[in-house]
Design a protein around this ligand. Structure first.
Ligand code: ATP
Ligand code: MG
Length: 250
């Protein structure tokens, strides 16, 4: 994708209610072009709600949310890709077709280059050999990786990821985190990633936004200054993890 927007995310005074439930209360957040920001917080604090607002799925909220320089209420930008917390795969389609759904709309899916791209993505997420499998034949972690490949197929300039690695075993999770960092470095993508995993947030992000409570408010923002490529045992990462854990009251 190639947009003329500024590839940023901007949220100001965002309050989102579902009936009597206040999911988010006065949240401010900016993500600069090419920045990698993680959002952490306890279950139910509004992390998915924040991404849903940014991806244009929620019409009713107070405050302002803009992606790629375009207000989400004005239709948003087509430079945005979203990987949902649940894989949301097409049950009747195989892995190859499910990934191909994510290709940009102008692309002919039968085209050799498009087929190669899909096969590359399937390999990247470690599912070669399963291209012809249907979602019902996959484990939860495999389905999650199909969803991730579908989100990357679009080559979005702004990528919203909702707990994309939560169903993966530790080794696969590490591999997929590193794959995502490669994509980010190669494509200069702006990323907002929601996770429960404090270690993951510190390893991946430039900044970690800690949401607290119910309703969700920003407790603190932790800068992660460790140089890249990162070593998982870097003391800077351990310090960032401690700061995030403290902010979460753990
Ligand atoms: N469609 C909805 N209708 C009513 N309430 C909702 C809806 N979606 C979310 N909520 C409520 O909004 C709050 C925030 O939900 P959200 O899914 O954003 O939390 P979360 O931080 O993503 O949680 P988790 O870590 O468990 O995924 C919760 O109290 C939830 O019950
Ligand atoms: Mg969620």
């Amino acid at each position: 994708m190639s947009s003329t927007g500024d590839h940023t995310l901007a949220v100001e005074g965002l309050t989102k209610r579902y009936g009597d439930t206040v999911a988010l209360d006065g949240v401010d957040l900016t993500v600069e072009e090419g920045e990698f920001v993680a959002v952490v917080g306890p279950s139910g604090c509004g992390k998915s709600t924040l991404l849903r607002v940014l991806s244009g799925l929620e019409e009713h909220f107070e405050g302002r949310a803009a992606v790629d320089g375009v207000d989400v209420r004005d239709g948003g930008s087509d430079a945005v890709g979203m990987v949902f917390q649940e894989p949301r795969l097409l049950a009747w389609a195989d892995v190859r077709e499910n990934v191909a759904v994510g290709l940009p709309s102008g692309v002919d899916r039968g085209d050799a280059a498009a087929r190669d791209r899909v096969d590359d993505l399937i390999e990247t997420v470690g599912l070669d050999g399963f291209a012809g499998s249907r979602p019902s034949e996959l484990s939860g972690g495999m389905a999650q990786r199909v969803s991730l490949a579908r989100g990357l197929a679009y080559r979005p300039e702004v990528l919203l990821l909702d707990e994309p690695f939560s169903a993966l075993d530790q080794l696969t999770k590490y591999e997929q985190q590193d794959n995502l960092l490669e994509v980010w470095a190669e494509q200069g993508t702006t990323i907002a990633l929601v996770t429960h995993d404090v270690e993951e947030a510190a390893y991946l992000a430039d900044r970690v936004v800690v949401l607290g409570g119910q309703p969700g408010t920003v407790e603190t923002v932790v800068d992660v200054d460790a140089p890249r490529p990162r070593d998982r045992t870097d003391p800077e990462l351990l310090a960032a993890r401690d700061a995030i854990t403290d902010a979460l009251g753990l």
